[in-house]
Design a protein around this ligand. Structure first.
Ligand code: SAM
Length: 276
């Protein structure tokens, strides 16, 4: 294998954009050429190819689809943090949980769609545990999904660098985290009591799915922003198919659902509620 870094030509870039879009809905423009080049070098070399063209040929002819998924995995941006956009957690604790309890709910079902490395679903569960204190009768049913296997592996482990938890409230840290041991030495690990309440699942938001139980709330934040309008519409339709009547859909403060067909009312910044 040559030591010269493979060059990503404009044709290669167009081919990568098509393959990534097909598999994830992520729209890569030419402006992302440097990022794609940097992120895919490793995969090209891992397979022993000296050009992007040869690598892309391999991706196209891999009947298992594994390498196409690995390529998407390398391209995705998994940036996230605990209690990101904190007003959403406040809304969950102050509005959604009391309303469900007053309707006599015996369990609360949530979904973090595009959960990246797990900080979001764990923050949701910690918020629910706090809000449900003293209401032992109400169970938590939390699903978290992402297309990226690498991000999900971190999510399942639930162990994070200390810098990643430095903004978490002291009391929350004390109750819901522990010091990592063994392979997790030096890391802050989400306690098992929280980890076991989240079911992680590798899934593409663009593929229609029907969960066994509709969700009382779905968080799909900082994910739709990477899609074009057609992919956003497909993703929202797939989420709506699993949202309970009167259920809530959260997007990020940098996103909105304008221009899309949906049966939702906007009830707070970046929070929508299903009409019926
Ligand atoms: C920037 S992270 C957002 C994490 C978290 N929701 C937050 O707001 O902090 C976006 C995530 O969406 C995932 N993603 C992108 N396209 C996806 C798709 N088609 N299906 C499922 N997940 C996808 C990426 O792998 C990435 O982990």
């Amino acid at each position: 294998m040559s030591n010269v870094a493979p060059v990503l030509t404009p044709d290669d870039m167009a081919a990568v954009a098509t393959l990534v879009y097909e598999r994830s809905g992520i729209r890569l423009t030419e402006m992302k050429t440097a990022l794609v080049n940097a992120r895919l070098q490793k995969r090209v070399r891992a397979h022993g190819f000296s050009t992007f063209g040869a690598y892309l040929n391999h991706v196209r002819h891999d009947p298992s689809g594994v390498e196409q998924l690995a390529m998407v995995d390398a391209i995705t941006t998994n940036k996230t943090s605990f209690f990101r956009e904190s007003d959403h957690f406040q809304f969950l604790a102050d509005k959604i949980v009391p309303a469900l309890l007053s309707r006599g709910a015996s369990s609360i079902a949530g979904w973090s769609a595009g959960c990246a490395t797990g900080e979001e679903p764990y923050s949701i569960v910690m918020t629910l545990l706090d809000a449900l204190q003293g209401r032992g009768g109400c169970a938590i049913d939390m699903l978290a999904s992402d297309v990226s296997a690498t991000a999900l592996a971190t999510a399942v482990r639930g162990a994070y660098a200390i810098e990643g938890v430095q903004d978490v409230a002291h009391d929350t840290l004390r109750r819901y985290f522990e010091r990592g041991v063994g392979e997790q030495e030096g890391l802050a690990r989400v306690r098992l009591a929280v980890r076991r309440l989240v079911g992680f699942d590798q899934a593409n938001l663009l593929e229609p799915r029907r969960l066994a139980r509709p969700r009382d709330f779905i968080w799909c934040r900082n994910t739709l922003m990477y899609f074009d309008r057609a992919a956003r519409q497909r993703a929202v339709a797939s989420l709506m198919a699993n949202l309970a009547p009167q259920g809530y859909l959260f997007v990020s403060h940098a996103e909105n659902l304008s221009g899309l067909d949906h049966a939702l009312d906007r009830v707070a910044p970046a929070i929508y509620r299903r009409k019926r």
